[in-house]
Design a protein around this ligand. Structure first.
Ligand code: ADP
Ligand code: MG
Length: 699
């Protein structure tokens, strides 16, 4: 549907059906490529170019070239090479070449008459008789006709079903000619363009669709050509400004200002068995200041695994309780929610703060009791899973929402959540925590609607985890190592492969390992947790592991996030080659929390692919979550790291968050300038790149 705003007078903004050859059916096909208006076609950039600007001498072509040649037909014959082939020999005086066709009509065969001139374009490969082209594009010239060359390189567009290259080129050519009559609005202030030394929009578009023969193709392939940078910059700017709009909107919304009335946060901090690290103290102060404002806080805490985010969140909750309102803490899994429940219960017991628990698998009677405590306001801190924000949960006075491990929640969910629990007193403050730190420039792009705090320090006494990768043929040595460690009183995790998306297989793999280890480790106590286990059973095993009455915990990746058992010092990960970098880092983060030197063993199945080899190497080399994240970004791209599909972070059309990350600081500055001085341009830029339907503020 075309919902990109009002129908402006400009024909660049007209629907595609104004172009010759576009009827309703083709328009539908184009919609699948996200093309609605004439202008949109201009932003569909070629992904490569073909050079038909010059004829190559046949004697000079080499295998691997993709080029245009012209020659006289010397011979055309069919031969059998398992199947029938049509071979056409051509020559131009400098050399000879063969055109080879596997599929051809009788008419084609007759067409190639000796003495005629043929022009062809295609990939040159080494054939049995010298250079050849298989199924080239070709044209037989009429008497006296000269081969045609083009002035510009020929663009090749991303293909979609139902539309041919030739058609796409034609549509772009029509759009370009409209653009030459009437340039698209130049929305970037000239001060910015001059500072960055970037071309104007229409110049950039025209250049990229029809680059001259002397273009620096290498820079285009690397995505670094100023014309590409010009477009990527504007796109990044559009996304950034759209997210910032959310932030500005929030600043206009009301929230309860959480003055600290009873001094609970400080008393809470004083009651802890350790001192907060200076990074924790800094972040606690940043949050405390936000919460005192009458507008909703929107803050992200980034901190590596084990940096102590939970206690920081608890301090924020204490501030809410201190003001007599409710705080909710949401975790992505039951296991993690339960762990928070245990920690919070310990921490707040002496302060007589009432907690409530809410999860999907709760008994009806329990749930009713929780709901009532939540509704009457008796419960001050509510802990749970997504169940917290389902229908039928009525808060009395919710003023703070804490979301743990937020890499699973995207901007759309953040927006949706902010509108939940909106009561008479305004929007709740929002604190999101992530253990998948992302590089600063990427965070600027992905979390522009949030303020960020970084806990860049681990509690004292932590020793980096030693990490090794071994083929799983050495599993028995590893088991022996587990036995030795556990008989010295240490504990171990044994994490089982994610066989596929299926939970069933996942759980079977864990069962198999559990049997195997129980047998192999005879005298040691082995426990098993997996996603399909019933709640009380899982709880029992986790507790047993926490209090030391289970030595080895066999688990599926349900323990990936958040689980905290300081005495565990050994982490074995099976089928590590199938896991992503960040996931492996998360798993490894389960150990290295106590005083013992910890080890992580990544078992892999041979043969190991190159990408998997690189991943495992990264983990062997560093324990730093920020470095791991940066490498993950380079290896997999931002979509994977941020979980684009889950997070709803839109795909970029031209920009690439890895390649263009260095632009972000300038994007940020320019956004401020435009927001202040050219608010109308801001709106138009956002609409140009995101359309009305996709603006974050409107989700
Ligand atoms: P994460 O940031 O991964 O969520 P947690 O909040 O689970 O980390 O904290 C990891 C462990 O570190 C917990 O056992 C916690 O009690 C402990 N911890 C947190 N802060 C400190 C500190 N300042 N000094 C010592 N231990 C701390
Ligand atoms: Mg945590």
């Amino acid at each position: 549907m075309d919902n990109r705003g009002n129908q402006p007078a400009s024909s660049l903004a007209a629907p595609l059906t104004v172009l010759k050859g576009v009827g309703p059916a083709l328009a539908k096909t184009l919609e699948r490529l996200d093309l609605f208006r004439v202008e949109d076609v201009l932003f569909l950039l070629p992904f490569r170019y073909e050079d038909r600007t010059k004829l190559n001498r046949i004697g000079s072509v080499r295998p691997g070239m993709r080029c245009l040649v012209s020659g006289e037909v010397l011979l055309a014959e069919t031969v059998y090479r398992g199947r029938r082939n049509l071979l056409v020999r051509i020559g131009d005086g400098s050399g000879q070449m063969t055109l080879r066709f596997f599929h051809f009509s009788r008419q084609q065969l007759l067409q190639f008459q000796a003495g005629l001139t043929v022009t062809c374009f295609g990939d040159v490969r080494a054939g049995p008789l010298g250079p050849e082209m298989v199924h080239p594009e070709y044209r037989i010239l009429r008497e006296g006709q000269r081969p045609t060359v083009t002035d510009a390189l020929t663009p090749v567009y991303p293909m979609t079903e139902g539309i041919q290259q030739g058609r796409m080129r034609n549509l772009v050519a029509q759009a370009l000619s409209i653009m030459r009559r009437e340039a698209p609005a130049e929305l970037l202030p000239s001060t910015i363009l001059e500072k960055l030394q970037l071309p104007k929009l229409s110049e950039a578009l025209s250049y990229l669709h029809t680059p001259p023969p002397d273009v620096d193709l290498a820079s285009i392939e690397a995505g670094k050509h100023p014309c590409q940078v010009r477009l990527a910059f504007e796109e990044l700017l559009a996304h950034y400004m759209s997210l910032r709009n959310l932030r500005h909107l929030a600043n206009q919304e009301a929230a309860v200002a959480l003055g600290d009335n009873s001094g609970l946060p400080q008393r809470f901090i004083d009651s802890l068995p350790y001192q907060l690290t200076s990074a924790q103290q800094r972040v606690v102060a940043e949050i405390a200041a936000d919460l005192k404002e009458p507008h909703p806080m929107m803050r992200l805490i980034q901190g590596d695994v084990g940096s102590g985010k939970t206690v920081v969140a608890a301090t924020a909750c204490a501030q809410a309780v201190s003001s007599g309102v409710q705080a909710a803490v949401m975790a992505p899994t039951e296991l993690l929610a339960e762990q928070h429940w245990t920690s919070f219960a310990d921490w707040f017991r002496e302060f007589d703060v009432e907690l409530a628990w809410l999860s999907g698998s709760q008994k009806q009677s329990e749930r009713r009791a929780s709901l009532e405590a939540i509704q009457t306001g008796k419960a001050k801190i509510i802990i749970g899973t997504h169940a917290l924000f389902q229908e039928g949960v009525d808060f009395d006075n919710l003023a703070l929402v804490v979301i743990d491990e937020q890499h699973r929640f995207g901007v759309h969910q953040r927006v949706a959540l902010r509108n939940k629990g909106v009561g008479g007193s305004g929007h709740p403050h929002q604190l999101v925590m992530t253990a998948t730190p992302i590089p600063r420039t990427l965070a600027m792009a992905a979390y522009a609607d949030l303020d960020t705090s970084v806990i860049d320090e681990l509690p004292p006494g932590r020793r980096p985890v030693t990490t090794i990768a071994l083929p799983d043929t050495r599993r028995s040595e590893v088991i022996e190592r587990v036995r030795q460690a556990c008989s010295r009183g240490q504990q171990a995790y044994w994490v089982c492969p994610l066989i596929d998306e299926s939970e069933v297989l996942d759980y079977q793999a864990a069962e198999v390992s559990y049997e195997m280890l129980t047998q192999a480790l005879g005298d040691l106590r082995v426990g098993l947790v997996h996603g399909r286990m019933k709640h009380p059973a899982k709880d029992k095993v986790m507790r047993a592991f926490k209090n030391g009455s289970v030595d080895v915990l066999v688990a599926t990746t349900v323990i990936e996030v958040g689980v905290d058992v300081p005495n565990a010092s050994l982490m074995i990960i099976e089928n590590a080659e199938r896991m992503g970098l960040s996931q492996l880092h998360q798993l490894r983060g389960r150990v290295g929390r106590g005083a013992e030197q910890s080890h992580c063993v990544m078992l892999y199945k041979q043969p190991l692919g190159q990408l998997a080899r690189n991943r495992l190497a990264v983990l062997r080399e560093t324990n730093d979550g920020f470095v791991v994240a940066q490498r993950d970004l380079e290896l997999r791209g931002p979509g994977e790291l941020l979980g684009t599909k889950q997070t709803g972070l839109p795909e970029y059309r031209i920009a690439n968050l890895v390649r263009d990350a260095a632009l972000m600081p300038t994007v940020q500055q320019s956004a401020e300038t435009i927001h202040l001085h050219y608010p109308d341009a801001a709106r138009t830029i956002i609409r140009r790149w995101l359309g009305d339907a996709h603006q974050y503020g409107k989700v």
